[in-house]
Design a protein around this ligand. Structure first.
Ligand code: ATP
Ligand code: MG
Length: 244
């Protein structure tokens, strides 16, 4: 079966620095793949290569078996690749509803063409993430946890086949983290595949079918959460020598 996403030997260099170094991965339809690694390991850069906000220096990316290397981000969004941003930049002057409607207007297959149905779609996504009480607020009035949910709603409004989540649990409390895990499971139950970056090990372990670890831009492990989290190389590089 063709993987939904295949990354072949992706490398991304910034002047003098290799942020992603010869990374290959596959993501199957309906799979939740967790991406972990220390700060600066290249996780966000890898997501940016997949979503098209950065170009690879080397390597090839295939989505549904077709090369997407030359497609700009908006064309990849039309194919069904949606992402959240670690550094959240909502349109501050727009309402929460219209921030998400923007996602609906630029989503899979081109998205909605008119504002009214885009807002309807946005409303459904905001209900799904639990922000329906805030739809008329300005986006910059939301707190940190609300902005994370807004990022998720915006990406979901694009009706992706593949959802790329960049630390949407950072800064959330335990209850909020559990809620986001539940949301992502529901997203997957709708048939959406997910690549999720997260530092909260307990969360990523319970959520992911498979874990991939980056360290200094290189893939150092790829396997079941149990195997990966007990791999001495991963413990040494990321988890610390003594695990609780
Ligand atoms: N636009 C850029 N220009 C130059 N260097 C960059 C750029 N973006 C990222 N880097 C560098 O590439 C490396 C990987 O960064 P990246 O943001 O992908 O790491 P990360 O794994 O997401 O880290 P974190 O857990 O802190 O979010 C870092 O050394 C970073 O400073
Ligand atoms: Mg990052």
């Amino acid at each position: 079966m063709t993987a939904l996403l295949e990354v072949r030997h992706a490398t991304r260099r910034f002047a003098g620095l290799i942020a992603v170094n010869d990374v290959s991965l596959t993501l199957a339809q309906g799979e939740i793949l967790g991406l972990i690694g220390p700060n600066g390991a290249g996780k966000t850069t890898l997501i940016s290569l997949i979503s098209g906000t950065l170009e690879p220096s080397d390597g090839e990316l295939l989505f549904q078996g077709v090369s997407i290397n030359r497609l700009p981000a908006f064309r990849r969004a039309r194919l069904g690749i949606g992402r959240t941003f670690q550094i959240m930049r909502p349109f501050p002057g727009l309402s929460v509803l219209d921030n998400v409607a923007v996602g609906a207007l630029f989503g899979r297959d081109g998205g909605q063409t008119r504002l009214a149905p885009a807002r309807e779609q946005a409303r459904a996504c905001l209900e799904f993430v639990g922000l329906d009480k805030h739809i008329d607020q300005r986006a910059d009035e939301l707190g940190g946890a609300g902005r994370k949910r807004l990022e998720l709603a915006k990406a979901l409004a694009m009706q992706p086949k593949l959802l790329l989540c960049d630390e949407i649990m950072a800064g959330l409390n335990h209850v909020e983290i559990e809620e986001v895990i539940d949301l992502l499971r529901k997203v997957r139950d709708q048939g959406i595949s997910i690549l999720v970056i997260e530092h909260v090990i307990k969360a990523i372990k319970s959520l992911s079918d498979r874990l991939l670890v980056l360290h200094h831009g290189e893939k150092i492990a790829d396997g079941t959460p149990e195997d990966v989290l007990s791999d001495p190389v991963v413990v040494q590089a990321y988890l610390g020598k003594k695990r609780p």
